[in-house]
Design a binder for this molecule. Structure first.
Ligand code: NAD
Ligand code: ZN
Ligand code: ZN
Length: 352
């Protein structure tokens, strides 16, 4: 199978931190020996892409930068070392574009912790272009019966929340509070949790997100903006009033990171996943000790988490609201995201 690869393509380029984005024609790159060239069809828009544009994390991006790390597409060229991917195969470009595969962390399949990890749409160009380069060892293998638009958000949001739920230690039948439930990660978290036999309590704000969270299967919705007492309401939303067994913090706001330890159940875990700029965690030492609370971070997932997360999607267990717009409209997606006005995920179609 051969595919015609153009010399030029359309991409959304960040020329300087803070933007504006430039939608323009750029060169198509050639894959190195251990890389593939992917014709990206669809890419999800993650809040991390907005952090990259704003430059609000203590980690510099490459510049100029093509963002995007939820890219689903087709292999159109491969380096000479690649034997296990064929042209025409469907693959996913994830946040972890590559890692050394040799360091202490890579040896134990903790490749997100690799000091040499390449980050798609951050330290290397990502999926907001029609043709993107990725390390073959790390791309997600997407079975051909999966729709590429719907699966795109699984490539970061899905993998991340699935991993976070595993890290939480919550067991089937137990309850997890999803903070930031109406956003991209939050929508997927409710579906993964349900598929894993967990109950969920959703925390976010507004009518649209309340409606979405009810459809996604959460038993309660607590509106953080109008609630008189979030801590009390979260506890009351559990059957015995003792609070959720775990909390997944997905919000891009510091406040909930300083509140979760107050409502998590004794012996429960607080899993930090959202990355609000400049934020700090806070928990009362006394309560943390006598309630034996675990507070931890969780960062994307490894290759195995990725294939497992994809398999949940393939089996039809993960349904969530997403809207498809053209790649040319990415700036307007960021504007909605900045306002907190997106319930679920936006996916960009690179052909438009
Ligand atoms: P999003 O903008 O789609 O969703 C964030 C949601 O948080 C919104 O619905 C917003 O209304 C809600 N929110 C804001 N303040 C809140 C509060 N006080 N209480 C409850 N909810 C609140 O963003 P997203 O794409 O889902 O990403 C969320 C965060 O996760 C970002 O910071 C992103 O960078 C980070 N992230 C981390 C990892 C990781 O591996 N740890 C992976 C992907 C994304
Ligand atoms: Zn992401
Ligand atoms: Zn490594």
């Amino acid at each position: 199978m051969t595919t015609e690869i153009p010399k030029k393509q359309m991409a959304q380029v960040i020329e300087k931190t803070g933007g504006p984005l430039q939608y323009k024609e750029i060169d198509v790159q050639q894959p190195g020996p251990d890389e593939i060239l992917v014709n990206v069809k669809f890419s999800g828009v993650c809040h991390t892409d907005l952090h990259a544009l704003k430059g609000d994390w203590p980690l510099p991006t490459k510049l100029p930068l093509v963002g995007g790390h939820e890219g689903a597409g087709v292999v159109v060229a491969r380096g000479e070392l690649i034997k296990d991917l064929e042209l025409g195969d469907h693959v996913g470009i994830k946040w972890i574009n590559g890692s050394c595969l040799a360091c202490d962390f890579c040896q134990q399949s903790d490749e997100p912790l690799c000091a040499k990890a390449l980050l798609s749409g951050y330290t290397v160009d990502g999926s907001f272009q029609q043709y993107a380069i990725a390390k073959a060892a790390h791309v997600a293998r997407i079975p051909k019966d999966i729709d590429l638009a719907g699966v795109a958000p699984v490539l970061c949001a899905g993998i991340t929340v699935y991993k976070g739920l595993k890290e939480s230690g919550a067991k089937p039948g137990q309850t997890v509070a999803i903070v930031g439930a109406g956003g991209g990660l939050g929508a997927l978290a409710q579906q993964y949790a349900k598929a894993m036999g967990l109950r969920t309590i959703a925390i976010d704000t507004g009518y649209d997100k309340r409606k979405v969270c009810a459809e996604l299967g959460s038993s309660a919705f607590i509106d953080f903006a109008t609630s008189k007492n979030v801590v009390q309401e979260v506890k009351e939303a559990t059957e015995d009033g003792l609070g959720p067994h775990a909390v997944l913090l997905l919000a891009v706001s510091e406040r909930p990171f300083q509140q979760a330890a107050e409502y998590v159940r004794a012996r429960g875990s607080v899993v930090c996943i959202g990355l609000p700029a400049g934020a700090y965690l806070k928990a009362p030492v006394f309560d943390t000790v006598i309630k034996m609370i675990t507070i931890k971070g969780s960062y994307v997932g490894n290759r195995k988490d990725s294939s497992e997360a994809l398999d949940f999607y393939r089996r039809g267990l993960i349904k969530f609201p997403y809207k498809v717009v053209g790649l040319s409209e990415l700036q307007s997606v960021y504007e909605l995201m900045e306002k907190g006005a997106i319930a679920g995920r936006y996916v960009v179609d690179t052909s438009k």
